[in-house]
Design a protein around this ligand. Structure first.
Ligand SMILES: *[C@@H]1O[C@H](CO)[C@@H](O)[C@H](O)[C@H]1NC(C)=O
Ligand SMILES: *[C@@H]1O[C@H](CO)[C@@H](O)[C@H](O)[C@H]1NC(C)=O
Ligand SMILES: *[C@@H]1O[C@H](CO)[C@@H](O)[C@H](O)[C@H]1NC(C)=O
Ligand SMILES: *[C@@H]1O[C@H](CO)[C@@H](O)[C@H](O)[C@H]1NC(C)=O
Ligand SMILES: *[C@@H]1O[C@H](CO)[C@@H](O)[C@H](O)[C@H]1NC(C)=O
Ligand SMILES: *[C@@H]1O[C@H](CO)[C@@H](O)[C@H](O)[C@H]1NC(C)=O
Ligand SMILES: *[C@@H]1O[C@H](CO)[C@@H](O)[C@H](O)[C@H]1NC(C)=O
Ligand SMILES: *[C@@H]1O[C@H](CO)[C@@H](O)[C@H](O)[C@H]1NC(C)=O
Ligand SMILES: *[C@@H]1O[C@H](CO)[C@@H](O)[C@H](O)[C@H]1NC(C)=O
Ligand SMILES: *[C@@H]1O[C@H](CO)[C@@H](O)[C@H](O)[C@H]1NC(C)=O
Length: 719
């Protein structure tokens, strides 16, 4: 065992790393606090600052310099967190031979005597987080070795290197859960976790791991959960841990994720690759049970356009794999590999904050079970619901913050969204919604169409009898409009900043809305609540911020709004409160000045009327664009009240507050994207071929198909 290996270089590394905020994550959670403390009737006693309940002694934060010697000898759970013990002596735990769980988090431990745990044969769970056990790690390792029944061990936050960790875990074959989070591990090879054949859960998050050698997890045949979040892994190639259920590699620098092509069924259910630098959709196992795939905040897209090919089939990546003196080139056809990924069980897919401009044909078809799809913050310009791409199972679809100007629905696909509960189209460039999209959407309760310039469909022809379901009415005359009538399941609707024109009386007829947001649609009510009369009996929350209500609107009549509990009238210029007698659920808001103060301090307040009373500025300084929307002083509205109002000059310049964005966002994630790497990868190599020289990080049980090299992942321009 290479305990001495590289000790010199590790010191400098460790020093450097101590500067980093290692304490951010608490990692592993030991549940000793919830340990059964005998019958619920047991009463607490106190002894030497320790609270005794049943077999539990809780001595947290008592400023103890040593383990109290005279607690009851039958104590099974001992919690000593946050005491300045510094050293655990050979004899410290001798009075407590029945200990099953011992917690020593943040005890400034630098030393644990060889014989400390000699009498602790029953110890199952040991928490040593946030100490300085790297200092006398050999002695500590020797002490731990006597714990042959230990199942849970928390070593997080101890500045351990991989060699120290390896020594401490040596021969602890009974371990089932280990946390090494927040240490200074950098490279993992097969020696680190050797012999941990019962290990089911391994937490390695917040280290500096940049390389995992093939075979590092070879012996961990029971491993189910592996957390590698917040490390420096550049890519994962030939992932082959087929027994794993949960793999978390979020917050690394992954550019590639490539599963092994082996025919075994992978047990993987949850794969978290969010917050990396993936350029392509990960290439997943051909057989798997994956149900949650998290890809948020990467640089992924589909690149048909860059390749100028009619289909993406020709997209190929070549991996140059170097292992010492052996070099091998592996060619991967990106689309075919994607097509052979097994996504049949996928229920949750988060692709938000990426660079997707379109979804290729056949994409959704691979995911017949998909229930939650998040495409928020991408560059989608159009979305096609194609035939033979069933989205029957889709319950939540978030398309907000894209550049969607069109939704296409294949003919004959009306009713395809029958399971949909939530549709978020906020912040796009939509003018309307295809007729029939909501047909049969009997579970649709929430629609967010805010920040799109839509219009509502005109009043139906008199011959049209209100139907229980919204049937695709062939409104050829007004293709770009949205019809919210007779959507019996719809409860929540946001139409904020949609540039709506004055409502017609029956805009929501037959739709029992409980929450409606009409903020930012200037003049939409034209001084009258009549257009909302149809939903008055059901409405509970109504937002009418910045709708240009004028002093004359004080006569707004809320009678009939029996269940209204929340009414937001801020950003209007009212001089007195509207009549609220008809709305018993809405409390009397108190004096206008008090109200203005209160609503400014509390933001949205249930059952409180918000209003810019008497056109007074509110008692705080606005700091964000959002604040401005509620705080804009009334005087600015005067032009609107007295004459034609020009929106172009009105809103504060910095805010995207008034209308839907006219131009495309710069980067789809709302940040500037460095396209350099992408062009390097996609353009430089000739003939649609990518050549990738990559540190191959092999996570495998089987003999690695692709070999491992020991240098960082980089893109090659050799070819
Ligand atoms: C012990 O049990 C009592 C009563 O059920 C409970 O209030 C207390 O929180 C428990 N203590 C611990 C440390 O679990
Ligand atoms: C534990 O006992 C050994 C001798 O058996 C001794 O060398 C060591 O210093 C002791 N350590 C502590 C911390 O008590
Ligand atoms: C670990 O276990 C192996 C076999 O069980 C044994 O040969 C070896 O001496 C043990 N190592 C230590 C440091 O106890
Ligand atoms: C992955 O780990 C990160 C960091 O601990 C955590 O925030 C995230 O929720 C984890 N992902 C999953 C799917 O549990
Ligand atoms: C794409 O291909 C077409 C013909 O196949 C060609 O006319 C066009 O110039 C190409 N565009 C680019 C950007 O290469
Ligand atoms: C590659 O290097 C290993 C030692 O690192 C050596 O045993 C082997 O013969 C070499 N193979 C070739 C083909 O040079
Ligand atoms: C609608 O929702 C209910 C309850 O959430 C669920 O049982 C039902 O299956 C859903 N209908 C469809 C078509 O998904
Ligand atoms: C829709 O998405 C936007 C932006 O992502 C978010 O602010 C809003 O809360 C979402 N609406 C709903 C109803 O979830
Ligand atoms: C707004 O109301 C006024 C009078 O209440 C009415 O004359 C006018 O036609 C209304 N405007 C629209 C667009 O309905
Ligand atoms: C190189 O690739 C060939 C086939 O592509 C394979 O048989 C061989 O094992 C590979 N060698 C290494 C070192 O990966």
């Amino acid at each position: 065992m290479g305990a001495e290996r590289g000790a010199g270089s590790q010191k400098s590394v460790a020093l450097e790393m101590e500067l980093l905020p290692l304490w951010l994550c608490l990692g592993f959670h030991f549940s000793t606090l919830q340990w059964k403390n005998g019958s619920g009737a047991a009463t607490a006693a106190f002894q030497g600052g320790c609270k005794l309940v049943g077999v539990t002694a809780d001595c947290q934060g008592q400023n103890l310099a040593s383990v109290p010697p005279s607690l009851p000898p039958h104590t099974r759970v001992l919690i000593l967190d946050a005491n300045p013990l510094r050293t655990l002596w050979n004899h410290s735990l001798r009075p407590y031979p029945l200990l099953e769980s011992l917690n020593l988090r943040s005890c400034q431990l630098v030393r644990i005597g060889y014989h400390t745990f000699q009498e602790q044969g029953l110890l199952i769970s040991l928490g040593l987080a946030d100490n300085s056990l790297s200092e006398n790690y050999k002695e500590t390792a020797a002490a731990l070795r006597t714990l042959q029944g230990l199942q849970k061990l928390d070593l997080s936050g101890n500045s351990l290197t991989e060699d120290m960790a390896a020594l401490m875990l040596q021969n602890l074959s009974s371990l089932e859960a280990v946390s090494l989070a927040r240490n200074t591990l950098m490279r993992l090879d097969e020696s680190v976790f050797e012999g941990l054949e019962n290990l089911r859960e391994l937490d390695l998050q917040r280290n500096y791991i940049f390389e995992i050698e093939g075979g590092a997890f070879d012996g961990l045949t029971e491993l189910r959960r592996l957390n590698l979040a917040y490390n420096n892994l550049p890519c994962i190639v030939d992932f082959g841990l087929s027994q794993l259920r949960v793999l978390n590699v979020s917050y690394n620098s992954l550019e590639w994720f490539l599963a092994s092509r082996q025919e075994t069924t992978f047990e993987l259910q949850t794969l978290d690759l969010s917050h990396n630098q993936l350029l392509f959709f990960p290439l997943l196992p051909p057989r798997s049970k994956l149900h949650s795939l998290l890809l948020q905040d990467n640089d992924m897209g589909f690149y048909k356009d860059l390749y100028n090919t009619s289909s993406p089939q020709e997209m190929v990546a070549q991996f140059l794999l170097v292992d010492g003196n052996v070099t091998n080139v592996t060619t991967v056809s990106l689309w075919e590999e994607f097509a052979s990924s097994d996504l049949a069980a996928l229920r949750f897919l988060d692709m938000s904050q990426n660079q997707f401009q379109y979804l290729p044909e056949g994409f959704l078809k691979k995911m017949p079970s998909l229930a939650h799809l998040n495409l928020n913050r991408n560059c989608l310009a159009t979305l096609h619901f194609r035939e033979r791409e069933p989205v029957d199972a889709l319950a939540e679809l978030d398309l907000s913050h894209n550049m969607l100007s069109e939704l296409h629905l294949a003919a004959g696909l009306a009713g395809c969204l029958r399971s949909l509960r939530l549709l978020n189209l906020s912040d796009n460039q939509l003018l309307g919604i295809p007729a029939g999209l909501f047909a049969d959407a009997n579970n649709l309760t929430t629609i967010d169409l805010s920040h799109n310039q839509i219009s509502l469909c005109p009043r139906p022809l008199p011959v049209q009898v209100p139907l229980p379901l919204p049937v695709p009415s062939k409104q050829q005359s007004a293709p770009n409009c949205v019809d919210f009538r007779n959507m019996v399941s719809l409860r929540r609707l946001s139409l904020e900043d949609c540039g709506l024109r004055v409502f017609q009386d029956c805009a929501f007829q037959g739709t029992p809305l409980t929450h409606l947001d009409l903020s930012g649609n200037w003049g939409v009510l034209n001084g009258s609540m009549a257009p909302l009369r149809a939903i008055a009996p059901t409405l509970q929350a109504l937002s009418l911020r910045n709708v240009g209500l004028s002093p004359a609107s004080a006569k707004l009549d809320f009678s009939g709004f029996e269940h209204l509990r929340e009414l937001d009238l801020s950003g209007n210029c009212l001089t007195s409160f509207p009549r609220l007698q008809g709305s018993p659920a809405l409390r009397d808001p108190g004096s206008p000045a008090e109200l203005a103060h209160r609503s400014a301090r509390q933001g949205r307040v249930g059952a409180v009327l918000r209003e810019l009373a008497h056109c007074l500025p509110q008692p705080r300084t606005p700091t964000t664009a959002a604040d401005w929307t509620t705080e804009w002083p009334c005087s600015v509205w005067t032009p609107w009240l007295t004459g034609p109002w020009s929106p172009a000059t009105f809103p504060p310049k910095s805010s995207a507050w008034w209308s839907c964005p006219a131009g495309a966002p710069q980067g789809c994630k709302g940040e500037q994207v460095d396209m350099g790497l992408l062009y390097l990868v996609l353009i430089l190599p000739s003939c649609f071929t990518l050549l990738v020289a990559c540190t191959v990080i092999v996570l495998t049980f089987k003999k690695p198909l692709l070999q491992v090299i020991k240098s960082r992942c980089h893109w090659s321009t050799i070819y």
